[in-house]
Design a protein around this ligand. Structure first.
Ligand code: HEM
Ligand code: HEM
Length: 198
């Protein structure tokens, strides 16, 4: 196996930090927007289409960034676990982080499956010259089967959103708990920390 690049054993490297806060910010934005967007007036079709198209486009951007982040993670070593962390905490953190990757890639793929089985066209950044391509898997389904598949994917997308909110709350709670206990957990996920510790 190719050896991993080690940048600093104590803190997250700048690229990891920007991936973390960039993707994290976009996900929180989409979770909030996702819940609110159903409230756009049903009779204002162009506004509704614009809001949904932006949701889909930012979601696909998250997919691209998350795949890049995963590739980056495979080739760069994470900092050593914080001193004083119990074995079960280490395992819990690893599990939550792995589940985050499943979510960061799975959630947009399920969203993409919704648009691929929908009767409505979707456009990247609401630009009609850039239709979102359909996934090939459901192309040959008849109309009724496509509608069933669409309902199923909407359901999964919604369940994943609730699971993600729970995971984020758990993650933030754990980070704040360690921070309060005096551990350098938050600062090592900040952009200028590596400069401070050299
Ligand atoms: C949607 C939101 C978020 C996602 C998907 C997410 C995901 C992750 C992942 C996957 C890691 C592991 C490192 C990596 O692979 O890059 C991580 C680490 C970390 N996250 Fe988040 N995160 C989110 C929000 C937050 C928030 C709001 C905070 C603030 C409290 C936070 C604080 C941290 C800290 C401090 C670490 C480093 C943990 C350590 O040193 O072991 N994250 N996060
Ligand atoms: C990490 C990325 C994403 C997050 C966090 C997210 C979040 C959400 C949330 C919270 C909802 C409202 C709950 C629901 O009704 O299902 C929603 C709905 C929706 N999302 Fe996403 N989404 C993401 C990516 C995508 C992508 C990439 C697409 C399409 C390309 C997409 C398409 C949709 C559609 C069409 C709906 C409306 C479903 C309906 O109620 O008919 N999403 N999303």
């Amino acid at each position: 196996m190719a050896s991993k690049i080690i940048t600093n054993n104590k803190s997250y490297n700048k690229v990891a930090v920007w991936f973390h806060w960039g993707i994290g910010g976009l996900i929180i934005l989409l979770l909030v927007a996702g819940v609110l967007m159903d409230n756009t007036p049903k009779d204002n079709i162009s506004l509704r289409a614009m809001v949904y198209n932006w949701h889909k486009s930012v979601g696909l951007l998250i997919l691209v960034l998350s795949v890049a982040r995963l590739l980056w993670k495979f080739t760069h070593k994470a900092p050593a676990p914080l001193p004083g962390i119990k074995p079960w905490e280490k395992l819990a953190a690893k599990t939550v982080h792995a589940l985050f990757y499943v979510f960061m890639i799975g959630m947009p793929l399920v969203g993409w499956a919704i648009t691929s089985t929908s009767r409505f066209p979707s456009f990247l950044f609401n630009w009609t010259k850039l239709p979102i391509p359909e996934m090939p898997f459901w192309k040959n389904l008849d109309k009724a089967a496509k509608t069933d598949a669409n309902d199923f994917f909407v359901e999964i997308h919604e369940l994943m959103a609730f699971a993600a909110i729970a995971l984020i709350l758990l993650h933030v709670f754990a980070a704040l708990k360690h921070h309060k206990a005096g551990k350098e957990i938050l600062v090592r996920m900040m952009p200028n920390y590596s400069r401070k510790i050299g």
